[in-house]
Design a protein. Structure first.
Length: 448
């Protein structure tokens, strides 16, 4: 909630901050960073400003950690008069000032960061170069004295800078986690019938390096999906899916080119792209709620099966998925997306996270999650390669196995791998769902 403050409020806040600064300098006898935000106008705090402040704090603490100069003491306040941070650092004051100036000058939101450095004797170190105006780039003090820009003009530029920068950072974060999820999925070993670090499973046209190349090529697509979701967030959810279709087709071309013509991630282009679009539609604070994210995916994909498969004929069926729909009524990834990927939420993700919470390796937790997904989802790749009866037998056998041993050991997983390879079976659809589980797990981790 936005709160309008008066000059008196700001002066009182400044006085209280000065008293805390002096108390900390006296207590620790080390340099101090006093961090606030440069926000024009009577509104000094809001959800957007808090996120901007948090980014500056993250950058400052991260740089201090890299320099092996962690905080000796830190204190942060969230007041109507603004966010404040006080950080006592065991570091030479001049070097600390150089660091804070680089954050103010060389980062996108840096013009809104106000990071003063106080020496142990209480002096505020001056900048070597004057700060630049948010609007025109001239020295800020000159513009302030002459009142060259109105408060509404400064406010407008501030909100635009905050929104654009934070939205871009959100999209970067989501895209990076999506690629990380794809890389984790291919690296989890052993995975029955699938490419992993040990072998190429039931595949002859791809290996682990094909998947790594493909995943890396998809980062720009995932980034764009988040941006599309943010731009269409005020529109009905299916319009976001419609806006994702063309970028998705182009991403498939990038995938084939990177993987040497192999179909490494076609299913993931669809499913992960949907999740990234859903993230764009949601407030960042909801990213760590898998049920909320997948509910948004379901809203985006509403009616997809009816529109794309209901009127399908044998003559028009071109893909394996379309033919399986006509033969068995299998709706594939479209149906899973429309339902909000229930097997991910109810089976794959809980098994993955419970295993990791128990201290199991990603190989062991991820392998068990894959089997749980395969046991509870009709995998179109399995049916296409071995037929419906073979899939049902496999799913039933895995259900019995998991009832006895929720996290099968490496020997059992390798035995399953050999059996799948012998029958030329590959649960590629379940592998895509495993990547979604990893993605949602990573999102939950950064939201803690």
């Amino acid at each position: 909630m936005e709160h309008v403050v008066e000059l008196r409020d700001m002066l009182e806040a400044r006085e209280r901050r000065a008293q805390r600064q002096q108390a900390l300098l006296k207590r620790f006898g080390r340099p101090l960073v006093s961090y606030t935000m440069n926000i024009a106008g009577p509104v000094k705090n809001s959800d957007l400003i808090r996120r901007g402040f948090a980014l500056g704090r993250e950058l400052l603490l991260g740089q201090l950690e890299l320099l092996s100069s962690p905080c000796v003491f830190r204190e942060e306040l969230d007041e109507p008069t603004g966010c404040e941070g006080l950080y006592v650092v065991d570091m030479r004051p001049e070097a600390l000032k150089e660091l804070t100036c680089s954050l103010e000058e060389d980062t996108e939101l840096g013009r809104l960061f106000d990071m003063d450095v106080l020496t142990p004797d209480g002096r505020v170190l001056e900048r070597a170069e004057p700060r630049r105006c948010l609007i025109c780039g001239r020295p800020a003090k000159v513009c302030a004295r002459s009142r060259a820009h109105s408060i509404p003009e400064l406010q407008g530029r501030t909100w635009t800078l905050l929104e654009e920068s934070l939205n871009r950072r959100d999209a970067e974060t989501a895209a990076s986690l999506a690629v990380r999820a794809l890389l984790y999925e291919v690296c989890i070993t052993p995975k029955p019938g699938l490419v992993d670090r040990a072998n190429t499973g039931s595949h002859r046209d791809m290996d682990v390096f094909s998947f790594m190349s493909s995943a890396s090529a998809l980062w720009p697509y995932f980034f764009r999906c988040v941006q599309i979701g943010r731009k269409t967030a005020a529109k009905p959810a299916p319009e976001t899916l419609a806006a994702l279709r063309r970028p998705g087709k182009l991403a498939e071309c990038d995938m084939y080119a990177a993987a040497g013509g192999a179909n490494t991630h076609k299913g993931a282009v669809y499913s992960m792209g949907l999740v990234c679009g859903a993230l764009g539609r949601l407030d960042r604070r909801e990213w760590n709620r898998p049920e909320r994210v997948l509910s948004q995916v379901s809203a985006m994909a509403a009616g997809t099966v009816g529109r794309e498969l209901a009127g399908l004929t044998e003559e028009a069926a071109r893909t394996a998925g379309q033919r399986l729909y006509l033969l068995h009524g299998i709706t594939g990834v479209r149906g899973q997306a429309e339902a909000g990927f229930p097997s991910v939420l109810a089976h794959g993700l809980p098994v993955l996270e419970e295993g990791l919470a128990q201290g199991r390796s990603m190989d062991e937790a991820g392998g068990a999650a894959l089997l749980a997904l395969l046991a509870h989802t009709v995998d179109t790749n399995m049916v296409a390669r071995g037929g419906m009866d073979a899939y049902r037998e496999t799913a039933a056998a895995l259900t019995r196995l998991l009832a006895d041993e929720a996290y099968p050991g490496r020997e059992m997983m390798e035995r399953l791998d050999r059996a799948f390879i012998a029958k030329n079976l590959s649960p590629g659809g379940s592998a895509d769902l495993l990547a979604l589980c990893c993605f949602l797990h990573f999102l939950r981790e950064i939201g803690r």
